[in-house]
Write a protein that binds this ligand. Structure first.
Ligand code: B1M
Length: 237
């Protein structure tokens, strides 16, 4: 396709199925403006924000991840893809967070020290907000001191940690062990997530639960908060 043809290309002329394929391609090629445009088009066609997120954006990023793993894409290209993904996520964020209800709990969440992956953590934050949680997202590359400071400042119900690298996931144990040493571990529900983790790992580091994805994170957060509150209520009687 020539540059002129590319400029004249009208995303709105595509069917939903074709547009999904196109978003996957545009994410792959790091085309942020096109991903934003397509996200808006889907919403205009009546798609819910969660469907746009899962079918178009998350699936597109999964494809990027496969080619990154296989050495077909490299860091600069994946950074562009991540930037394009974030463009779409920024549009969906307020829609996913639109509940208007009182917060059902407070969460401090961050990616651990040495790790700069933030797309999954941001997605979890968005979905938690959408489910009615107040979320304090402390970003990436967090040493234990930053987690402690955020817990002290915000007094959340839940601490969430994310790690995407096998080299950084052991740092979760450093944070949890520090909480134990300071007598703070039982004050918080600790949830962990990230592609290389599993339930066994979560148990081994002393977390309360492993969350495979954002939807599981929301369900787990709700269930563990409810369990904790009813245990506290039962103890008070
Ligand atoms: Co990175 N990277 N990366 N990378 N990167 C991975 C993770 C990798 C699996 C790619 C691969 O080889 N296939 C691989 C890790 C291998 C390993 O350790 N086993 C890898 C590597 C090796 C690296 C570098 C070392 C590459 C290099 O420099 N040579 C480097 C490390 C940098 C560092 O952190 N120190 C690096 C860099 C980068 C970029 C900067 C280029 C970019 C990050 C950009 C950004 O985040 N702003 C990047 C990306 C984008 C990826 C892949 C392609 C995609 C990650 C992603 O965003 N997924 C990734 C491959 C992959 O995972 N398939 C890869 C989409 C996201 C929606 O899913 O993050 O899994 P995910 O989040 C899910 C769940 O895991 C869960 O819910 C989320 C939503 O459903 N979840 C939680 C996540 N966190 C949670 C926290 C919770 C609960 C649930 O708390 C309660």
């Amino acid at each position: 396709m020539s540059d002129d043809q590319a400029e004249a290309f009208d995303l709105n002329s595509l069917s939903n199925e074709e547009l999904v394929e196109q978003v996957h391609d545009d994410l792959y090629n790091g085309l942020r403006d096109e991903v934003i445009e397509a996200t808006n088009l889907f919403l205009g066609r009546g798609w819910g924000p969660d469907k746009v997120l899962n079918d178009a954006l998350v699936e597109g990023m999964r494809i990027v991840g496969i080619d990154f793993r296989d050495g077909i894409l490299f860091v600069p290209e994946v950074l562009l893809a991540a930037n394009a993904m974030k463009g779409g996520m920024e549009i969906l964020r307020p829609l996913l967070a639109e509940t208007g209800a009182e917060p059902i709990g407070k969460v401090v969440i961050g990616t651990v020290k040495g790790d700069i992956h933030d797309i999954g953590k941001n997605l979890v934050s968005m979905m938690l907000e959408g489910a009615g949680f107040e979320v304090i997202n402390i970003g990436i590359n967090n040493p234990v001191e930053k987690y402690l400071a955020a817990l002290e400042e915000h007094q959340p119900d839940i601490l969430g940690m994310s790690a995407l690298l096998t080299t950084t996931m052991p740092y979760m144990k450093v944070v949890i062990d520090t909480l134990k040493q300071k007598g703070l571990r039982d004050k918080y529900i600790v949830l962990v997530g990230g592609a290389p983790l599993n339930e066994e790992f979560a148990k081994a580091v002393g977390a309360d639960a492993y969350c495979r994805d954002a939807a599981v994170a929301v369900e787990t957060a709700k269930a563990l908060i409810a369990a904790r509150r009813s245990a506290i209520a039962a103890a008070a009687h």
